[in-house]
Design a protein around this ligand. Structure first.
Ligand code: NAP
Length: 250
């Protein structure tokens, strides 16, 4: 019997990550559902997976904390086996603000979570996947944002800049490990219906902005999850260092 593939999905308790975790489980992956503080939501995702016959574990870890990330990958090694897919998805933003009003504490929190967190998870995944280290290859999909292109003026330049860094991480790491059996790609969603807009202080943000989207609507989390799944699958086997914009034409 073929060994079950293992996917680590960060920030899988809610939004895009939760839908992605359920999709991977449905496709036969054993899934690690990572979350930071919302245990109930993570357990609900796990319940949906197991009641559908899937396999998963839940791991609490703040991706910006090196120790937490190391522990998370060790837990996955023990409970599920060697990771074959990493979906780097966990990220956050703060209340909408112009740059003049941003404190160092705020900027550092956003950058540490959204950049350092992705780097640390990539590091642990590469150590396990790289054929140069005895691994059998794998795929990393980074979730960036259209904000990397728009810059999010008057809302959260700090968040947008963190996503610009993820684009650069994707390019550099893809080239660094291309000959070691690892593909690294990136999705850049536009306005997607999740809790994130409430965190920015404007739950109805998509309604305000959707007329500026060529398709005149926001996106659903599953429209991002399907693209992540495709990039993680063998169907995209010659794609690395690539960016897939999922933004309705924005
Ligand atoms: P969301 O609904 O706000 O969910 C965020 C998820 O990340 C939650 O599961 C949360 O866990 C987790 N998380 C946050 N900080 C974490 C940390 N330090 N360590 C571990 N987990 C953490 O977000 P979303 O809208 O689905 O966003 C998912 C990804 O898509 C992000 O990378 C985001 O930047 C990107 N994106 C979203 C949009 C959009 O319009 N929604 C657009 C472009 C890009 P808890 O439940 O425990 O808090």
């Amino acid at each position: 019997m073929a060994t079950q593939k293992v996917a680590v999905i960060t920030g899988a308790s809610r939004g895009i990550g939760a839908v992605t975790a359920k999709l991977f489980a449905k496709q036969g992956y054993a899934v690690c559902i990572n979350y930071k503080s919302n245990k109930d939501a993570a357990e609900e995702v796990a319940r949906a997976i197991t009641s559908d016959g899937g396999k998963c574990i839940i791991v609490q870890a703040d991706v910006s904390c090196e120790k937490d990330v190391v522990n998370m990958f060790e837990s996955v090694d023990k409970a599920l086996g060697k990771v074959s897919v990493l979906v780097n998805n966990a990220a956050m933003l703060k209340t909408q603000s112009r740059l003049e009003n941003m404190t160092a504490a705020r900027i550092n929190e956003v950058l540490t979570t959204n950049i350092t967190g992705y780097f640390l998870c990539c590091r642990e995944a590469v150590k396990r996947m790289s054929t140069a280290d005895g691994g059998s290859g794998g795929v990393i999909v980074n979730v960036s944002s259209a904000a990397a292109r728009t810059g999010s003026p008057n809302e959260y330049i700090d968040y947008a800049a963190s996503k610009g860094a993820i684009d650069t991480l994707t390019k550099g790491l893809a080239l660094e490990v291309a000959a070691e059996g690892i593909r690294v790609n990136c999705v850049r969603p536009g306005l997607i219906y999740t809790d994130m807009h409430s965190d920015g202080g404007e739950p109805k943000r998509i309604e305000r902005l959707k007329n500026a989207i060529p398709m005149k609507r926001g996106g659903q989390p599953n429209e991002v999850a399907e693209a992540i799944y495709w990039l993680a699958s063998d169907k995209s086997s010659f794609a690395t260092g690539n960016f897939l914009d999922l933004a309705g034409g924005l």
